[in-house]
Design a protein around this ligand. Structure first.
Ligand code: FAD
Length: 592
């Protein structure tokens, strides 16, 4: 096929991804009368946001005293001082408005008896800058993401956003000056390819939890947007920081929300001991996620794990009143009954740390503009290119995200990116011409998988399985130089093997096989970014825990990592420690 014959569609704004981040941005744009296209490889309401359970943070002070400044402190401390404090201030101040907006869009938040929005305690939350536990997480029972995503989708239908449902984005397209002007996509069902030309492009493709074998993430979370960014010459920021959630169902990965501990559940080891009291005397089971995950790992390693293989710990909820389980945690109760045959009202749940959240991603500023280092400046915006949601790194989560801050992040920065796009569109009214070479590159990348006759090539499935195992073994909760160096070597070998892989399946499932291949290419690039960044950071900070460098090193490492695909090169830029309007929170020892 000639690339001139490929149909083209034009929009003001293209959004790749229909999770909470993409849909919040789309709604803002559609309401401002911009023509918006949203491309999603799954039907929008199947995006991973739908699976979010516990809720979103905002200092509403409906249950306990609270204000945005305390929320900001907790987020900075939770990030182990790597988060950018201007962005964190912006997010925490915007949080109450983000919740009320969602309420007005139709989210049925759980209520208190006085009619106000219910708020549950979550990990890492405090009153008064590190004092008593706070209660800051607004929830719709334990199905908050479901309520948010469906409300946003319906609002977008009303606002007439144009959806390309079940279309796969292959790569970004550029003009000759290197400005990003849309994407090359194809219809998963028919295989039809289209060029979407847009004045602005927002990447909102979510995280990359499929890097690991045991994960709370859906099969679709393969870091596609991060792969696209790397191929377009944009570095990825802080990829060494990957969050392991303390309470995935052991061996299977399904998430048991932190809300279960927020409602009064706690962890015990084989001796029935509530061990978090030893690791975090004040916050106990509601310490930050990195802290709880390391504690569980240590309990198991030191022989106090439960079960015949002593390989997990137990989450106890059986002491909670029946109505709490039924009204606040109905979803996880059902999950346990369905998948484990255990009713948490009677028996504890076996849990173990599980890959959960990609803290790093495409570097952006508060307006969602993608920023890259140019000459001596640490960051310059890339004209017309934006990113929001889990694929982006603003950075509000730094080295460790607090539970309930991601739903907040995607809504706040989805909205602010859209607001910047609206301004940009006012000043840039015309489409620019695409560089045909970038179309050809995207075309070639897709069609490289067409040749199904090469039966010598390795299977994509095998390489993916190997990659997930290598990442789990070499880039997990605790790390050392040897293990990380080995990880770099192993992932590099797998990347080489992927170059020789092929699809042999000629059945009608060919398109799904092709997508799995393209996804694995993205995952592979993200895996390289993750291990290379991790091997370089010789300190322990947040989720990046090194046995050989057990301390945080603020003198050398108060800086963000930037990994580029070209030569697998690492650059650094300083943490923005200056907030917008308040005084900075200087690094302190992080105890809970
Ligand atoms: C089980 C679970 C529970 C969670 N619970 C909470 C919680 O209680 N509170 C909280 O704050 N956070 C929670 N999180 C984290 C939070 O839900 C996510 O970080 C957030 O929802 C991500 O939203 P997003 O819009 O960035 O991406 P997603 O919702 O992941 O959406 C990504 C979109 O990109 C599209 N896409 C990806 N690649 C392509 C491609 N190549 N072509 C076309 N489309 C593409 C997908 O189709 C999808 O529409 C949870 C996460 C998980 C996994």
């Amino acid at each position: 096929m000639n690339i001139e014959d490929i149909p083209r569609r034009r929009f003001d704004a293209l959004i790749i991804g229909a999770g909470g981040g993409g849909l919040r941005a789309a709604l803002q744009l559609a309401e401002a009368d911009a023509s918006v296209a949203v491309v999603s490889k799954v039907f929008p309401t199947r995006s991973h946001t739908v699976a979010a359970q516990g809720g979103m943070n905002a200092a509403l002070a409906n249950v306990l005293p609270d204000n945005w400044h305390w929320h900001m402190f907790d987020t900075v401390k939770g990030s182990d001082y790597l988060g950018d404090q201007d962005a964190i201030e912006y997010m925490c101040r915007a949080a109450p408005k983000a919740v009320y907006e969602m309420e007005h869009f139709g989210v049925p938040f759980s209520r208190l008896d006085n009619g106000k929005i219910y708020q549950r305690p979550f990990g890492g939350q405090s009153q008064n800058f590190g004092g008593e536990q706070a209660a800051r997480t607004c929830a719709a029972a334990d199905r908050t993401g479901h309520a948010i995503l469906h409300s946003l989708y319906q609002q977008n239908i009303r606002a007439k956003t144009h959806f390309f449902d079940e279309y796969f984005a292959v790569d970004l397209l550029k003009d000759e000056q290197g400005n990003v002007l849309g994407a090359y996509v194809f219809d998963i069902h028919s295989g039809e390819e289209i060029i979407i030309e847009a004045k602005t492009t927002l990447i909102a493709t979510g995280g990359a939890g499929q890097l690991f074998r045991t994960t709370t993430n859906a099969l679709i979370n393969t870091g596609d947007g991060m792969g696209m960014a790397l191929r377009a010459g944009v570095p990825l920021q802080d990829m060494e920081f990957f969050q392991f959630h303390p309470t995935g169902i052991a061996g299977r990965g399904m998430l048991i929300t932190e809300g279960a501990r927020g409602e009064g559940g706690y962890l015990v080891n084989a001796q029935g001991e509530r061990f978090m009291e030893r690791y975090a005397p004040t916050a106990k089971d509601l310490a930050s996620r990195d802290v709880v995950s390391r504690s569980i790992y240590t309990e198991v390693k030191e022989g106090r794990g439960c079960g015949p293989d002593k390989d997990h710990v137990m989450l106890k909820l059986d002491h909670l009143p029946e109505d709490v389980l039924q009204s606040r945690l109905p979803g996880i109760r059902q999950t346990c009954i369905t998948f484990l045959g255990i009713d948490p009202a009677d028996k504890p749940i076996p849990v173990y740390p599980t890959a959960h959240y990609t803290m790093g991603g495409i570097p952006t500023n508060r307006q969602g503009q993608v920023v890259v280092p140019v000459k001596d400046t640490p960051e310059e915006p890339v004209t017309g290119l934006y990113a929001a949601g889990e694929c982006a790194c603003v950075s509000v989560h730094g080295a460790n995200r607090l539970g309930g801050n991601s739903l907040l992040d995607i809504l706040v920065f989805g909205r602010s990116a859209a607001n910047h796009i609206i301004q940009y569109l006012k000043e840039n009214r015309f489409h620019k011409a695409l560089d045909e070479n970038t179309i050809q590159k995207a075309y070639d990348r897709l069609h490289r998988w067409d040749d199904t006759s090469n039966s010598n090539g390795e299977s994509v499935d095998d390489i993916r399985r190997d990659l997930q195992k290598v990442m789990e073994d070499n880039c997990g909760v605790f790390r050392t130089q040897d293990v990380l160096d080995n990880g770099m070597e192993e992932v590099s070998k797998l990347a080489q093997r992927l170059k020789n892989a092929s699809i042999t399946d000629q059945s009608e499932l060919f398109n799904t096989a092709r997508i799995e291949a393209l996804e694995l290419e993205n995952l592979m690039d993200v895996a390289l970014a993750t291990v290379y960044s991790a091997a370089a950071r010789t300190e322990s900070r947040g989720a990046h825990s090194r046995i050989d460098y057990a301390e945080r090193d603020d003198k050398s490492w108060m800086k963000h990592t930037l990994y580029s695909s070209e030569d697998r090169k690492l650059d650094y830029k300083p943490v923005r420690t200056k907030p917008m309007s308040v005084v900075s929170f200087p690094p302190k020892p992080r105890v809970y």
